[in-house]
Design a protein around this ligand. Structure first.
Ligand SMILES: NC(=O)c1ccc[n+]([C@@H]2O[C@H](COP(=O)([O-])OP(=O)(O)OC[C@H]3O[C@@H](n4cnc5c(N)ncnc54)[C@H](O)[C@@H]3O)[C@@H](O)[C@H]2O)c1
Length: 243
């Protein structure tokens, strides 16, 4: 028996990195998974019996509206949403322009808000559901990813707000705070090798994390095993934020 048998789950950003691992883990635990991403080419490779790749730009109201209608028509319910899609940037504060700030805010923060708006409202009508939002250790401690940190700080705040607003309807909302995880996103950072070595040295567990380690924690929060947990903040950072 799987830990997510009979569950219908939407994972945004499911085509790469952490999102891809979540899709695999949820599938293995018996869920029907909708992997929603802008990367159509990568999505096509995911399609199989209980994994359905669907195109979604998380910053589009129309996109979310269409997705929820489609999933409702096809599966009749949505049990789980993981707001995982995201982008990054590493400009120092004295070089930040509005053009750098805007896409981070639009995709990371507003994209999460739209997931809460469309899927959260749907779950409220259902009177049940579980949502997990991907914030970041950079929302808790300074790490030089300034506009990105701000966008993830907003995710932290709206997760609490949504947990308060949706709880009475049986909808749980939790947030996770990964440290540096080995994915195309972290490997793409310009300052990569030098910064990663420093971060590893400053991390109590002395290493960066793997996508599977984030997926494991999200699986727990998304599942009924976490039935009395809402509004929680879970660090998945090898102890980096505990120093
Ligand atoms: N990798 C890390 O070190 C790390 C640390 C903390 C938090 N996070 C967060 O975890 C999440 C996943 O990161 P990752 O490292 O797997 O990144 P990744 O770049 O490997 O994957 C991100 C996915 O999001 C998709 N995406 C980007 N913009 C989108 C949009 N507008 N609509 C829909 N999909 C979109 C991309 O196509 C990609 O498939 C992100 O929210 C990220 O900020 C990552």
């Amino acid at each position: 028996m799987g830990r997510l048998d009979d569950k219908v789950a939407i994972i945004t950003g499911g085509a790469s990195g952490i999102g891809y691992r979540i899709v695999q883990s949820f599938k293995q635990e018996g869920a029907t998974v909708i992997a929603a991403d802008v990367n159509e080419e990568a999505l096509e490779k995911l399609n199989e019996d209980n994994v359905h790749g669907l195109k979604l730009d998380v910053s589009s109201d129309e996109g979310w509206e269409k997705l929820v209608k489609h999933v409702d028509k096809k599966f009749g319910k949505i049990d789980i949403l993981v707001n995982n899609a995201g982008i990054t940037s590493e400009k120092p504060i004295d070089q930040v322009t509005y053009n750098d700030w805007e896409p981070l805010s639009k995709i990371n923060s507003f994209g999460t808000m739209l997931g809460l708006k469309y899927v959260g409202s749907y779950m409220k009508k259902q009177q049940k559901g579980s949502i997990v939002n991907l914030s970041s250790v950079t929302a808790q401690v300074g790490m030089g990813l300034n506009s990105y940190s701000a966008s993830k700080g907003a995710v932290r705040a709206i997760s609490k707000a949504a947990a308060s607003e949706f709880g009475h309807a049986g909808v749980r909302v939790n947030a996770v705070f990964p440290g540096i995880i080995r994915t195309p996103m972290s490997e793409g950072l310009e300052s990569s090798s030098e910064t990663l070595a420093q971060i590893e040295a400053m991390t109590p567990l002395q290493r960066i994390g793997e996508p599977e380690e984030v997926a494991n924690a999200i699986l727990f929060l998304a599942s009924d095993e976490a039935s009395f947990i809402t509004g929680a903040e879970l660090a998945i950072d090898g102890g980096y934020s505990a120093r």
